[in-house]
Design a protein around this ligand. Structure first.
Ligand code: PGA
Length: 264
């Protein structure tokens, strides 16, 4: 069985003080007895402080990006080794990185490779533009993104893929469960071709794009979707906690979460 992941991408939001505050609110609602893997991805500058604020919980820490070189004269960049010192997870190839910072498939490929080498679990983001979606090109676009991002890389089930249609990100216009499930099945088929059936069956595929506590169940109930990458709604602790709880109930119906809240 694939353990579901609910990951919060805080993007370029929260000062250090706000990140600590949000972490405190989130940890109050998430029991250590939960089986869902919970990840928060604050800005780089808050990673150390949030790591401290997460102590004693099973909530994992993730970064939102990385540079592919281990160290050197790359002013302003953050290396895989620095991230691996603090985090278990790193988001790679988010559409905002591709769109605003010119990240190509080749760059994403180097980053995935560097992340895996450093022992990080990369969340590789793929997704199509609205025009591609309307032209029925979703499968082609997503397959090509996977191929270029993973070319030459020995894919393992440490990889997580987030399918995030660009038109659904931050727009309040989420996709729907069934088409996302179909695209996730195509993603898994491509991953099988790039590795083998056993590895591909173990890779978690998340949906991202305007996920909220109100609509998350529609995605989590699908057989090929193994969780969510949540942007805006992860900045509201009550929403984020509710999404984790819903995942716990949907994936582990016979083992309802015990409400032993972590004291803060
Ligand atoms: P959103 O962002 O939930 O705010 O749409 C998702 C993402 O970009 O990962």
């Amino acid at each position: 069985m694939r353990f579901p992941i609910i990951a919060g991408n805080w993007k370029m939001n929260t000062t250090v003080a706000e990140a600590i505050e949000l972490t405190g609110q989130v940890r109050k609602g998430i029991s250590n007895g939960f089986s869902v893997e919970v990840v928060v991805c604050p800005p780089f500058i808050s990673l150390a402080a949030v790591k401290e604020a997460l102590k004693g919980t099973s909530i994992k820490l993730g970064a939102q990006n990385l540079y592919h070189e281990e160290k050197g004269a790359y002013t302003g960049e953050v290396s895989p080794l620095m991230i691996a010192d603090l985090c278990e997870v790193v988001i790679v190839g988010h559409s905002e990185r591709r769109q605003y910072f010119g990240e190509t498939g080749e760059i994403v490929n180097r980053k995935i490779s560097a992340a895996l080498k450093a022992g990080l679990k990369p969340i590789l983001c793929v997704g199509e533009q609205l025009e591609d979606n309307e032209a029925g090109q979703t499968a082609e676009v997503v397959t090509e993104q996977l191929r270029s991002s993973l070319e030459g890389i020995s894919v393992s089930s440490d990889l997580v893929v987030a399918y995030e249609p660009i038109w659904a990100i931050g727009t309040g216009r989420a996709a729907h469960g069934k088409p996302v499930n179909e695209t996730s099945a195509i993603i898994r088929r491509t991953l099988t071709e790039l590795s083998n059936q056993e590895i591909a069956q173990g890779i978690r595929i998340l949906y991202g794009g305007s996920v909220t506590a109100e609509n998350i169940a529609e995605f989590l109930e699908q057989s090929e979707i193994d969780g969510a990458l949540v942007g805006g709604a992860s900045l509201k602790a009550d929403q984020f906690i509710s999404m984790v709880e819903q995942a716990e109930y949907i994936y582990f119906p016979n083992n309802p979460p015990t409400k032993d809240l972590i004291p803060w």
